[in-house]
Ligand binder design. Sequence first.
Ligand code: GUN
Length: 639
Amino acid sequence: MKGKFFELVHRDGLARIAHLSTRHGVLETPAVLPVINPNLRVISASEMKAMGAGGIITNSYIIRRNPDLREKAEKNGVHSLVGYDGPIMTDSGTFQSYVYGDMEYGNREIVDFQRAIGSDIVTILDIFSRPDFTRNEAEDAVRITYERVREIEPVEDSFLAGPIQGSLYMDLRMRSSRLMGNSAADYLPIGGVVPLLEQYRYPELVRIIWSARRSGNMGKPVHLFGGGHPMFFALAVYLGVDMFDSASYVKYARDSRLLFPEGTRDLKKIRELPAWSPICSKTTAKELIQMEEKERTYLLAKHNLFAMFQELSEIKERIYEQNLWEYVQEKAMAHPTLYTAFREIISMQRGIEPFTELSRRSAYFHYGKESGRSLFEQRVKTFSEAFLSAKKEVVVIDGDHRPAARKARLVDQYESSDAAFVFPWCGIHVPVELEDTYPIQQIIGYDSGTGSDSWLKSVVKRHGLRRIEEPDSGQKIRDFNLEKIRVISDYQFGIGSGKHLFPDDTEIRVSRSTGRIRTASSEGSISATLRATDGTLGLTLTGAARLKKFAVYPQLSVVVSDESANYNRKGYSVFFKFIEVYDPEIRAGNETMILNREGTLIAAGRSTVSGKEMGDYRHGVAVKIHHSLEGRNDDLAPD
Ligand code: GUN
């Protein structure tokens, strides 16, 4: 066994596909752990596995208080008891004590018991912080839960779940998350939320998840305790939830209700079973109603479980494609409470922005005004205003500005003027130099080409700009392509970087067929290439060395241990655990310089995560190197 660890595999902002490695195998997240009650089994664990469950959750309190179950578990382990050989999480009985009010075991006792029966994820006896708690009660729940995690010694063969409590007090949720993030707990469930989930109070849930996620340790898995309705999964995963558990698949089945990725339906009211349902080919809605209760519950539970797995596969695919944000927008329309929760997420975009990649694999969808507050549009807006603020004059380009259609006259005008040339985009005006860069070019949206004069007018006024209607063509004072890569550099690496990276003698090679920029060189060596897919720059070592002169240490860099440097200079990736210093402002997917302890540049690569997360991960690759002193010098030529 390689030991327990949590490793990032793919990401899309805060959402991630990761591997949670346990003694009983690797669980790929995001995942839902179906609840198995050892007393009442509706679906067997082996059937669950066959349906695609990567892990299950059961309750150690229920096992312990039943002499027969306890004996079997102590003798042969919990895996044998429930008949499941994959990863098993055990809960502590906190929830039962919340529902029934009694709890005869102490924290250590129940943790020791979970460990003794071989659980892979062991939960402390936390305090369930109900939504109606007073502030004092919620504070006590946070404090006592933290004291309880501190009573427990970490062990190597199981994860320790330390729940984040705090009721509806967001500052307490943040405090709890910080405390747990820095504690020996290496698995972070968000607790006390079942009543909110049951009442579809998604806007509050969204705030709780964000409070927990933004202040916690980004390298630890996050679980939403009881988060069992698939209609909310996408929003939760978007905010960084990795795991859910669900007893709802049985609860809804007992009430003759069917879960769907968009909501719930009553068996009595439906005529059609969906084709994707595992029970569709076996029975009809009519037959189900007439069926004996036990059989009906079994079949509906299967359907409900499948609805969850189905939704999670879609979400995973969206993470691979990096368009979960678009899916969240789709989901928002499924129910007004989800829409309200979505609007809460919109209000968090500024906070989420630093965790978001420089560009994504997928096109960016613009739906209208509401999208304008999304982080990608906000990012462009902030840059555009900063860009304009340094100019004296502005020219608004009407019509098609793209290379194929660009009239030579426009380039002439551009090159004989020092004005900002902007074009309308999603209700603002953006620098023409960014025409190929994500998401400006990679956008889909029927009104994405419309600007808003009111935005431009306010910027013009704020920064004392002069608007020119028809600039003259005259003597050439600048080169469009050179300015273009300079502005892209400013967007990617910070304002002012472009001039350092691309001095006046820079030679630019363009594609003969498309006219697009391919490489930039100076003094005979290539410093950067422009990626065709997202219009961002890739740096060679020459380029990185120039950037280093501009950057203030450790800006745009990671500093690695001596041991690691020996590998990285040969072109091997940088692993998280060898990073000693890093720039907290690094953007995921952006070019990053790799420095040794002396501060010498040894390689250039692209970060897999943002600087906000860099220090939290322990396993996996932090920077993928493409150019290095003694090894790889991948051809960065655009695809
Ligand atoms: N199950 C549902 N909510 C909770 C919670 O807050 N704590 C624990 N331990 N289990 C739960």
